[in-house]
Design a binder for this molecule. Structure first.
Ligand code: NAD
Length: 305
């Protein structure tokens, strides 16, 4: 297979001062892309900040012979994000790739979780994905080209103790992707989600030495670059970690038409429960909410026929 290149593509990677974002930025740069290295440089819980982390990665890219600029804006700050987009356009005149990767943790069991814990986590992950994508969107539309990745998590897809705030934010970005894949289609804007697992400062205290070694951030990046290449898929959730890759999907069982009017009682639904929840009938994932609705009407029509 020929080498997959990103020559002259302009890529913004948020939260690229360390961990996964840094690995994505370096590999895109190695393959010819010009990089905006965004990072607020705060601590793992979102406190503090300095542009040193982003600057250090810019230096690494320059040492590889690549081109990069640093940006120390918070992804949840409207003015800061606007400055990042304006600076990118002033420097390179286009935005081809946007990887929304910045993130923080505020883990606590649900009884102990404060309103601030959810506000902050939603601000960085959900608003912090929305703002850069929104600011770049019309530029990508005008170019008739855009490749976007949002970063979800197995916590959002499946749950994890102590991460109700994080899980809400992480499934939120999947919901946003599901609509943007539809809105972006006619302008060749493709958007996907990566569900990574990697040894970074986010996971350093919950993994053994051996696990940390197997889970290098660099082992996620080749999957992410497949989501932003020219012939990328769209609307896909790619699980990636330790060099293993798979596709996650939200699926439904075939379902049952129970009835309408007097036939539709709580007991009638209870009587069909085994059929409603029979995982052996799981059907392929729907491509849109509209297709999902049509399927319901089709099952009603089939029952009436
Ligand atoms: P990390 O802490 O090493 O990297 C996150 C980066 O985001 C940091 O450099 C941080 O300074 C930056 N950041 C935080 N808030 C910011 C803000 N407001 N504006 C700009 N930058 C900000 O962690 P990581 O593991 O590399 O995480 C990267 C992404 O992957 C996150 O979205 C995380 O939720 C997600 N993720 C990671 C794992 C994993 O196993 N490491 C699993 C699932 C999802």
């Amino acid at each position: 297979m020929s080498e997959i290149r990103f020559d002259d593509r302009v890529a913004i990677v948020t939260g690229a001062g360390g961990g996964l974002g840094r690995a994505h930025a370096l590999e895109l740069a190695r393959r010819g892309a010009k990089i905006v290295v965004n990072d607020l440089g705060g601590s793992r819980d979102g406190s503090g900040g300095s542009s040193d982390a982003a600057q250090a990665v810019v230096k690494e890219i320059e040492a590889l012979g690549g081109q990069a600029i640093a940006n120390g804006s918070s992804v949840s700050d409207v003015d800061g994000v606007k400055r990042m987009i304006d600076d990118t356009m002033a420097k390179w005149g286009r935005i081809d790739i946007l990887i929304a990767n910045a993130g923080i943790l505020r883990d606590r069991s649900f009884s102990k979780m404060s309103v601030e814990d959810i506000d902050l986590v939603l601000a960085v992950h959900l608003r912090g994905s929305f703002l850069p994508i929104h600011a770049a969107w019309d530029i990508m539309k005008a170019q008739n080209y855009g490749r976007i990745v949002v970063t979800t998590s197995s916590t959002g897809l499946y749950g994890n103790f102590g991460q109700a705030n994080y899980g809400a934010a992480k499934l939120g970005v999947v919901g946003m992707m599901n609509t943007l894949k539809i809105e972006g289609a006619k302008n060749d804007i493709k958007i996907n989600a990566v569900c990574p697992i990697a040894a970074t400062r986010m996971t350093e205290d919950i993994m053994s030495e051996q696990m940390l070694d197997a889970l290098k951030p660099e082992y996620v990046t080749p999957g992410v670059l497949n989501l932003v290449k020219e012939d990328a898929p769209t609307g896909m959730i790619l699980s990636a970690g330790a060099g293993a890759f798979s596709m996650a999907r939200i699926v439904e069982t075939a379902g049952v038409f129970v009835g309408q009017g007097e036939a539709l009682t709580v007991e009638a639904v209870a009587a069909k429960w085994d059929q409603i929840t029979d995982v052996n009938t799981t059907r392929p994932a729907f491509k849109s909410g509209g297709e999902h609705g049509q399927n319901i009407f089709a099952s009603v029509a089939a029952a009436a026929a």
